[in-house]
Design a protein around this ligand. Structure first.
Ligand code: G4P
Length: 189
C-alpha cells in the first residue's frame, strides 16, 4: 500500500536494525486518515469473501482494525492480553511468548463473541516473530472460527513471522513489507 509506505518513509524512526518506531501515526498518535485508507484498501482486497468479523489483538491493532471492520460493515472483537476478573463466561486463553519483549502472556477471548460459521480477518500492527498471530489463530481454531487471512500493517520480513505462519498454513496479507532497516534506511520488499 503506497500511502502507508510513504508514511513509513517520512515518519517512522529506525531505532536499530530490528525495531521501527511508529508512535507518531500508529502506536500512540494515530493518523486517522491513514487508518481510513487502510480500512478502504483492506475492504477492497477482501470484497466478496463474506467476512463476518474482524479480530485484533490489544492495543495497537485496534485502530487499523476498527477502520477495516467499519468499511467491511462488520463487528470487531479485541483479543485481550489478560483474563478479565469480572467477565469470565466461556473464556479461552492461549499462552504467547514475545521475543521482542521477552515475556509470556495469555491471549484471551470468550466464545460468546462468536457465532456459528464465522469467517474472520485477524488484524495486527506488526509481524515480527509471528507468535501473537499464531496464538490468536490457535484461539480461533478452538472456537471453530474460520480464518480468511491474517492482515498485517507492517511486516518485518527479515524476521521469522511470515515463514512460521506460512508453515502453519495460515494466509498472510501485509500492507507494507520491510526487507531491511540497515544504516537508518528502510528498504521495502
Ligand atoms: P510477534 O507477535 O510477531 O512474535 O511479535 P513480538 O512478540 O516479537 O512483538 C511483541 C510486541 O512488540 C507487539 O506489541 C508488537 O507490535 C511489537 N513490535 C514488534 N516489533 C516492533 C517494531 O519494530 N516496532 C514497534 N513499534 N513495535 C514492535 P504489543 O506488545 O502487542 O504492544 P501493543 O500492541 O500493546 O502496543
Amino acid at each position: 500500500m503506497d500511502l502507508l509506505k510513504e508514511k513509513i518513509k517520512m515518519n517512522a524512526v529506525v531505532v536499530d536494525e530490528h525495531v521501527l518506531k511508529v508512535d507518531t501515526f500508529l502506536n500512540q498518535k494515530v493518523d486517522i486518515q491513514l487508518m481510513n485508507e487502510i480500512g478502504l484498501h483492506v475492504k477492497d482486497y477482501f470484497e466478496g469473501k463474506n467476512i463476518t468479523k474482524v479480530v485484533t489483538i490489544e492495543t495497537s491493532g485496534i485502530a487499523p482494525a476498527s477502520f477495516i471492520a467499519n468499511h467491511l460493515g462488520v463487528e470487531l472483537v479485541i483479543l485481550k492480553k489478560q483474563t478479565s476478573k469480572v467477565l469470565n463466561e466461556g473464556i479461552l486463553a492461549e499462552e504467547v511468548y514475545s521475543f521482542t519483549k521477552g515475556n509470556t502472556y495469555n491471549l484471551c477471548t470468550s466464545s460468546k463473541f462468536f457465532e456459528a460459521n464465522e469467517t474472520v480477518l485477524l488484524v495486527d500492527d506488526f509481524l515480527a516473530n509471528g507468535e501473537a498471530a499464531l496464538g490468536a489463530s490457535r484461539l480461533l481454531k478452538r472456537l471453530n472460527v474460520g480464518l480468511e487471512s491474517i492482515v498485517i500493517i507492517i511486516e518485518k520480513s527479515f524476521q521469522e513471522g511470515r515463514s512460521k505462519l506460512e508453515k502453519a498454513g495460515l494466509p498472510v496479507y501485509s500492507l507494507a513489507c520491510i526487507e531491511s532497516m540497515c544504516d537508518n534506511k528502510i528498504k521495502f520488499m
